[in-house]
Design a protein around this ligand. Structure first.
Ligand code: NAD
Length: 360
């Protein structure tokens, strides 16, 4: 393949994620979105018309069966990520899948194995990692660095932000879990990326769902098409202490809802022996989100790089994915790091269930 190889894409899902996928591909020269699938007929017709997508299906199976597709993009409820991705990989397509890769690590590992066996790319939408503040901090950590990083505090907290109360989002079987499996993969991805991919070895977690079960905490603008589920079977808050194979500790807390001042706040705080750094994103702020803490000439100094965040990263991560597909060099792109994130989330759920630390 070359830089300009024409590629044909099919997108499954018509919500925020599916729409963002389709729009992101359409911005890339030589990439054509030829098919779209989803269960909402009016939205399907609207997107087909407005984005110029000719082939429209209600069922993902019909889309995956199209022989002309090079790429399938998966933006459905979490439990469908594995079956759709596996069918697409087995049909020889490259797959771009929403987070979480799967609702259980064993499924995620299978997806990776099938991608490898078929020599196809399996990439996950870790779009928040592409934020300019995260990328800047990664470059800073590489050089000059903040010394050995020994502890991380990482949170994403919402005051009332359950994306689809009484929808697939709050169904254990369709979502796999609640806040932790929804927002948690992004936070974990940023932390592990910044730390240079250590392996997490233990997890000790607690999970709570009292607010969601009481019907509190629905997000104003939740998932567009989610609905039809009648109970809240997942957690609205999870908190964990993780340890890595490098002796680091990670205090990790994710919540969809809580009676707190923090509302849609993402915070990643790294403590190193020569300095510290914090990304604090309040309500998707785009400026002033990164501070680096050092002692300079005997005085405490706070450095605030003028980094501007352009978007939430989907166009960038999808452009990177297309570049990988076009490069023809797919050996390191079978979803391995995404699989480890599902293992950590599984371990957190297991620890919360057992009420004790779990070894990965
Ligand atoms: N990376 C991010 O920043 C980000 C943001 C939002 C959502 N997501 C992820 O994207 C996924 C979708 O989330 P959403 O908010 O768009 O959800 P949503 O409920 O709004 O949309 C889900 C879509 O899947 C379709 N679907 C369900 N079953 C189907 C089937 N059998 N065949 C074809 N289509 C089917 C539905 O019709 C719907 O169009 C989730 O996994 C979520 O975690 C990621």
């Amino acid at each position: 393949m070359s830089d300009a190889t024409p590629l044909k894409v099919g997108v499954v899902g018509l919500g925020y994620a599916g729409t963002t996928h389709a729009e992101s591909y359409l911005g890339i020269p030589g990439v054509e979105v030829v098919a779209l699938a989803g269960k909402e007929p009016e939205r399907l017709a609207f997107l087909g018309e407005s984005l110029g997508i000719p082939k429209l299906y209600s069922d993902w199976e019909d889309l995956v069966a199209l022989p002309e597709l090079d790429i399938v993009s998966v933006a459905t409820p979490n439990a469908l990520h594995a079956p759709i991705s596996i069918a697409a990989l087995e049909a020889g397509k490259h797959v771009f899948c929403e987070k979480p890769l799967a609702i259980h690590a064993d499924e995620a590992r299978r997806m990776g194995q099938i991608a490898r066996a078929n020599n196809r790319v399996l990439e996950v939408a870790f779009n928040h990692r592409r934020r300019a503040d995260v990328q800047y901090l990664k470059r800073y950590l590489d050089d000059p660095g903040i010394g050995e990083i020994y502890h991380v505090r990482a949170t994403w907290k919402r005051r009332a932000g359950i994306p689809g109360l009484m929808s697939w989002f709050t169904s254990k079987s369709l979502a796999g879990g609640g806040a932790l499996i929804d927002l948690g993969p992004h936070v974990l991805d940023i932390v592990l990326f910044l730390l240079g991919e250590p392996r997490v070895t233990t997890a000790s977690a607690a999970a709570h769902g009292a607010l969601g079960r009481a019907g509190y905490g629905a997000m104003d603008k939740g998932a567009q098409f989610a609905g039809g589920h009648t109970s809240f079977e997942v957690e609205d808050l999870a908190s964990a202490l993780l340890r890595t194979d490098r002796g680091q500790s990670i205090q990790y807390e994710i919540s969809w809802a809580g009676h707190t001042a923090d509302d849609e706040d993402i915070s990643i705080e790294l403590l190193g022996v020569e300095g510290g750094a914090r990304i604090l994103v309040k309500r998707y702020a785009t400026d002033g989100t990164l501070t680096i803490y050092r002692d300079i000439n005997g005085e405490q100094a706070d450095i605030t790089p003028a980094v501007h965040v352009v978007d939430k990263g989907h166009p960038t991560v999808i452009a990177e994915f297309v570049d990988i597909v076009r490069s023809g060099d797919w050996a390191d792109h079978h979803g391995d790091t995404a699989v480890h994130r599902t293992e950590i989330i599984d371990a957190c759920y297991e620890s919360a269930r057992q009420g004790k630390e779990v070894v990965l």
